[in-house]
Design a protein around this ligand. Structure first.
Ligand code: IFM
Length: 452
């Protein structure tokens, strides 16, 4: 047995979910349609043709799901609030019945001794706002502030930790440029508008969240970017890719400026987007940065392809898998050292901001045994090896305060539908039966020991 690695006192152990991926009940209690309802109901958009209409039916089964979280011994639970439940048309009247659901959820967590960590936006934009231009319109940030105010008025006395946005990079570039996510647009200028307006939305809600006692941060998707080869071209491409993937949101928030090279590369595509005072507001202090880490990205220099159906292909690099690297069911490389190396590099660039790993996990093709159990050694190994990486980063001086497994439950994996399972708890969708996998039992041991 390798020596066990103990985490610092007070290290937060959690699991994460997101509203559209688990709640279902899309017509319940006055909820309005979101971009994901429309997108998932559009033929061809979701690999298995599924939608989030029912998902894990968490809207009705939340109490049993929180019991599962409690059985795992979790300190904290990260969930997101669905904007279209709270303000069904995006910026009109507040729907009290939608807020009632999150009120029950927050109280249910507190009753079980689990800290609620609430994300205000995990991708379910009200469709009515998309119909008026979505995140490509600056006014979306104002609508977001109204929504946040309604949420804070109702829950601000009990939620001790808020996350403004989840992975705005994915919202902007996958939703508005690649078009693989809702709303499915394929326009790079729209993606750059969306990225700035998401940053502005973050800035607009910070003062609202600051009226509470809570700790406030934002969650970004990050990756350890490396050149595929040692050639100068690949190394140069990796530097640019690092700015695009890791810097485009972190730098404005933590430094008050967009990354230089990437901004210069976009050039006139950025004209007129950033207004006087925006970056100062976006740069307001945060209490922690949430990092969602899944993969290392190996980058090769290529000639950008302006004729591709994916506008992101205009960028002069591509991600490529090196030979021999094991991959998950998503085809994502498993390289836990990437997490350690990324954390060390990130903390050297941004030394004063505490870090929470707000998501980390892996999808595998789970099988249910005849006795109903789910043994998932690959997920368990991924979990353990990434926690070892986090521990090594802490030992190297990185201020990591907590870890949230993605995900508590198998769920609707966006464009992949239900085929890709990230949960530590298995969900049998036809019966909605929940079965903790072997990885959940291992995670509970790690949580109880505060050590891996
Ligand atoms: O399921 C997603 C989640 O919604 C955001 N981060 C990545 C996860 C796995 O793809």
């Amino acid at each position: 047995m390798p020596p066990s690695r103990t985490f610092p006192d007070g290290f937060a152990w959690g699991a994460a979910t997101a509203s559209y991926q688990i709640e279902g009940a899309v017509d319940a209690d006055g909820r309005g349609p979101s971009i994901w309802d429309v997108f998932s109901h559009t033929p061809g958009r979701i690999r298995d043709g599924s939608t989030g209409d029912v998902a894990c039916d968490h809207y009705h089964r939340w109490a049993a799901d929180l019991d599962l979280a409690a059985q795992l011994g979790l300190d904290a639970y990260r969930f997101s609030i669905a904007w279209p439940r709270v303000i069904p048309d995006g910026d009109g009247d507040v729907n009290v019945r939608g807020l009632d659901f999150y009120d029950r959820l927050v109280d249910g967590l507190l009753e079980r001794g689990i800290r609620p960590v609430a994300t205000l936006y995990h991708w379910d934009l009200p469709q009515a706002l998309e119909d008026r231009g979505g995140w490509a319109e600056r006014s979306a940030a104002d609508a977001f502030a109204r929504y946040a105010q309604a949420v804070v008025d109702r829950l601000g006395d009990r939620v001790p930790q808020w996350i403004t946005l989840n992975e705005p990079w994915v919202s902007a570039f996958v939703g508005y440029a690649s078009g693989r996510h809702a709303p499915g647009r394929t326009n790079l200028r729209d993606a750059l508008l969306a990225s700035h307006h998401l940053l502005l939305a973050h800035a607009r809600v910070m003062p609202i969240l600051r009226t509470t006692e809570a700790r406030v941060g934002v969650t970004l998707n990050v990756s350890h970017v490396l050149p595929l080869t040692d050639s100068p071209a690949d190394r140069d491409a990796a530097e640019l890719a690092d700015e695009q993937v890791n810097g485009w949101f972190a730098d404005p928030i933590l430094r008050g400026s967009y990354p230089d090279r990437m901004a210069a590369w976009y050039g006139s595509l950025l004209d007129g987007i950033v207004r006087h005072g925006d970056l100062e507001a976006i740069h307001a202090p945060i209490d922690f940065i949430g990092l969602n880490y899944y993969v290392r990205t190996h980058v090769r220099a290529v000639r950008g392809d302006a004729s591709s159906s994916d506008p992101m292909d205009v960028l002069p690099y591509r991600a490529e898998l090196p030979d021999g690297v094991p991959t998950t069911a998503m085809g994502w490389p498993v390289e836990p050292d990437g997490l350690r190396d990324f954390l060390i590099a990130f903390s050297a660039s941004h030394p004063h901001v505490p870090i929470l790993i707000t998501e980390n996990g892996s999808a595998w093709d789970d099988t249910v045994a005849a006795d109903g159990s789910v043994d998932d050694p690959e997920r368990t190994a991924y979990l353990e090896s990434h926690l070892v990486a986090v521990h090594e980063a802490i030992a190297a001086g990185v201020d990591v305060r907590g870890y949230f497994a993605w995900s508590l439950l198998d769920n609707f994996e966006w464009a992949e539908g239900y085929a890709k399972r990230f949960g530590i708890v298995h969900v049998d969708y036809p019966t909605q039966r929940r079965t903790p996998k072997a990885s959940a039992r291992r995670y509970a041991e790690i949580v109880a020991a505060n050590a891996v």
